[in-house]
Design a binder for this molecule. Structure first.
Ligand code: CAA
Length: 379
């Protein structure tokens, strides 16, 4: 086992850290307050190559490995989890899915601008009545010969309004259940698409989340990804890679809150000494440090397995479930350590706590991850 990072991985980590600590930090509270999309930062991070990190250079991506991606995601999420999820959806769910499964024509037309970050993408699987139970897709894609006719509604779509390219899962052959689902590349400006209002979320408020309605939307046949009926497997294989991104985001939220808790504990005095000198608090910080290190190791292990073309279903579920649960726990403790200051916005930890909650819900709830892990034990 080699726990050393390469020079390139360290450079990528440093570049993400510099951008987050220098730029994202400046307006993160204001964007959270106003629920404002970070357009300027998306553009800057695209120029730095962070929107298509793992896409091969021949498709205009950064050609980086998944370990580098985990390192960068942690640094961005430490400061701004909204920016991190925009990055994660574009990198993992959209660019990764297209890199791995799209046709050459689809890659030339859609992947390249996404990898350059000129446009961003969204992944449309969840529906009003199909969240965790993703095989029950009610959105239909009727085969009309040289095109498909799309009808239905998708819910909770990250980048729903800011994306130009959608990856949409829809049912073509209901009698075949999950084997009848297809995945399509759909252009957002296609006639028949209506975007619902911005969801007023508890956290990650500057990432835009919307419902998307499809009414008789014509999708050219050449925009189907893979063979007829490949859509559900596609979604699952993309999601299991995507969960490494969300696990790293959760890790970043946890370590961001932890760094603030340690700094505060060294400054704040109570009962005649800095509070870190009280053993009850020092032990709490010690427990938090161990959990963050465990979460980081799970993220890096899943990334390493992906980079070495090994199965990642269980490793990414473990990383996602553990890191998300740890993020919730660590951010709650960080608020507690800050006392009253932790409960006001200026100190950031209450925002990190609100952001942590979502990591236990999206890209498969913590309970879904436990289903995936426990099923592997039953085999
Ligand atoms: N890789 C390949 N194939 C897979 C797979 C995987 N990881 N997981 C399942 N499949 C295949 C199965 O082999 C099966 O295929 P066959 O019919 O050929 O045997 C088929 O898919 C159906 O699988 P299951 O019988 O296991 O289906 P299930 O109903 O029991 O559900 C589940 C499986 C894992 C619970 C799945 O429904 C799931 O992951 N649900 C959570 C969905 C989710 O993560 N949603 C997040 C939305 S995206 C999002 O949040 C993005 C965002 O904007 C931030």
């Amino acid at each position: 086992m080699n726990f050393e990072f390469t020079e390139e991985q360290l450079m990528i980590q440093q570049a993400a850290r510099d951008y987050a600590q220098r730029e994202l930090i400046q307006d993160v509270l204001e964007r959270d307050e106003k629920a404002e999309f970070p357009a300027r930062h998306v553009k800057n991070l695209a120029e730095l190559g962070f929107l298509g990190m793992m896409v091969p250079p021949e498709y205009d991506g950064g050609g980086m490995d998944t370990v580098s991606y985990v390192l960068a995601m942690e640094e961005i999420a430490k400061v701004d989890a909204s920016m991190a999820v925009i990055m994660s959806v574009n990198n993992s769910l959209v660019c990764y899915g297209l890199t791995k499964y799209a046709s050459e024509e689809q890659k030339q037309k859609y992947l390249k601008p996404l990898a350059r970050g000129e446009v961003i993408g969204a992944f449309l699987l969840s529906e009003p009545e199909a969240g965790s139970d993703a095989t029950h897709q009610y959105t239909s894609a009727e085969d009309k010969g040289d095109y498909y006719l799309l009808n239905g509604t998708k819910n909770w779509i990250t980048n729903g309004n800011s994306a130009s390219t959608y990856i949409v899962m829809a049912q073509t052959h209901p009698e075949k259940k999950s084997r009848g689902i297809n995945a399509f590349i759909v252009e957002k400006n296609s006639p028949g698409i209506t975007i619902g209002p911005h969801e007023d979320k508890m956290g990650m408020r500057s990432s835009d989340t919307h419902s998307i309605m499809f009414t008789d939307v014509k999708v050219p046949k050449e925009n189907r990804i893979g063979e007829d009926g490949f859509g559900f497997k596609f979604a699952m294989m993309v999601l299991e890679a995507g969960r490494i991104g969300i696990a790293s985001q959760a890790l970043g939220i946890a370590s961001g809150a932890f760094d603030r808790a340690v700094a505060y504990s060294k400054e704040r005095k109570a009962f005649g000494t800095e509070i870190i000198n009280h053993q009850s608090l020092a032990f709490k910080l010690s427990d938090m440090a161990v959990k963050i290190e465990n979460a980081r190791n799970l993220c890096l292990k899943a990334a390493w397995l992906k980079d070495h073309h090994q199965p990642i279903t269980v490793a990414s579920a473990m990383a996602k479930q553990y890191a998300a649960d740890v993020a919730m726990e660590i951010t709650t403790e960080a608020v507690q350590i800050h006392g009253g200051y932790g409960y006001v916005k200026e100190y950031h930890v209450e925002r990190l706590m609100r952001e942590a909650k979502l990591t236990q819900i999206y890209e498969g709830t913590s309970e879904i991850q436990k289903i995936i892990i426990s099923r592997s034990l039953m085999k």
